[in-house]
Structure formats: structure tokens, C-alpha cells
Design a protein around this ligand. Sequence first.
Ligand code: F6R
Length: 247
Amino acid sequence: MKIIEAADYRSMSRKAANIISAQVILYPRSVLGLATGSTPVGVYQQLIEWYDKGDLDFSGVQTVNLDEYYGLKPDHPQSYHYYMHTNFFDHVNVPAKNIHIPNGLVRDITAECADYDRTITVLGGIDLQLLGLGNTGHIGFNEPNESFDKTTHRVALKQETILANSRFFDDPKEVPRFAITMGIKSIMRAKKILMVVSGIGKADILEKALFGPVTPLVPASILQLHPDVTVVADEDALNLMRSHGLS
Ligand code: F6R
């Protein structure tokens, strides 16, 4: 595992965007696994800036998103469809047919989840998966105590996650209680993983994820067992790492 320290959020975003850019430049037909949440917003902004300058071309790229709230329409301002379009897809040239995000409106969740996993397989698997880190240690919406063995599935969100996400909703009661997420098994199948982490509020859970025991109680801890993980984190998020030899 590589841990890359960035001075601040902006620098974290640039470094992570550099890694994604390198992937797209070297392999223009890459399958990118994408994440939402507040942390990757700066990464997307940086990629858009380089795309506008003509340095990046996403026309051959396929994207698969980690998750979507269950029950939100794609045009709901808090849906991850809406997030991905407004923060990234509306500004770059990923062809619409190459964009894959779980459908949070389906009746037959089991079929939707199986379909999503099949799509990833047909695409040849994920080349580079971008991740954020939840306050509970979740990746995607795989909350503590979920089995490491799951592919795409429906999850009940933990109260702490509902609370953390309520900052984006006008009325906290509107925060969905369920989501569809790639499972830990789907995430671990990605060839490379890039996790971005920012802020002092994540320092404790980041230390547990990277240096604590590998346990479903801290879902991100499974990343210790993946052969190609890069964590790009700012100084605040790495605050508790000094004892682990980080300068
Ligand atoms: C988003 C996702 C989540 C977030 C995590 C951190 O697609 O899968 O795991 O990455 O909740 O969210 P922020 O960045 O808002 O702290």
C-alpha cells in the first residue's frame, strides 16, 4: 500500500487527479470505478480543468459508480446520478452509454444487483477504483459488520451514516435509509484502488483502516489485503499516522 501525503485538500485532489489522469492517458479504454461524497469533488474539478485544457480525453473510458441511494429519482439533487452528472459527466466527454450507476428505483433489487455485477464483468473488471472513506469506516455503502464476501447488494444505512449525509438534505427525514452498493468483494476485484481522505474528522478511522486489525467492523481495513492500493490523504487526515513511520 502506498500512502501519499498532501498538504491540504486542494493538493490531495490534484495528486489523486494526477493518478486518474495517468490511468486514462496510458489506457484510454480504462474502466474507472467512481465515488461520490464531498471528498472527491475536488478531484473531479481538477480532471475537468485538465479536460478543458485539452490534456484529457474520456471518450474511450467506461465508468461504474460505487453506489446509489435506494428510492431517489436520478434527477433528485441528492441522488448520486445527479451528483455525478453535475460534478463530472456534464463537463467531460464520457459517452452516456459508457456511464453505469446503480438504479435506485428498481422493484427487483436482486436482478438489478446481479445485472450490475454482470456489467462490470462484461466490461472486463474495474481498472482503477476511486474510493472515499466513511466516518464508520465504510467504503461504498458497506457498513460495519457487513460480510466481506458480498457483491452488489442493498444495504440498510447505519444511523451515523444517515446523520453524516443529512447535511446535504433540506430535511434530515428525507435521507434514504437504504442504498444499493457494490460489495466489498466487487471493490476488492478492482485491479487498482485509489482512496482519497481529507480532514481531521477522518484521522481516527483512517488509522484504524490502514493499521488496525482487518475486520468487518472497519470495512476499509480489508484494503490492507489488496495488492495495489494508493491512499492520498491530507495532513489532517494523516494526523495520527506519525507513529507508523510517516514523516
Ligand atoms: C460515495 C461512497 C461513500 C463515501 C463516504 C465518504 O460513493 O461510496 O463511501 O465515499 O461516505 O463520504 P465523504 O467524502 O462525503 O466524507
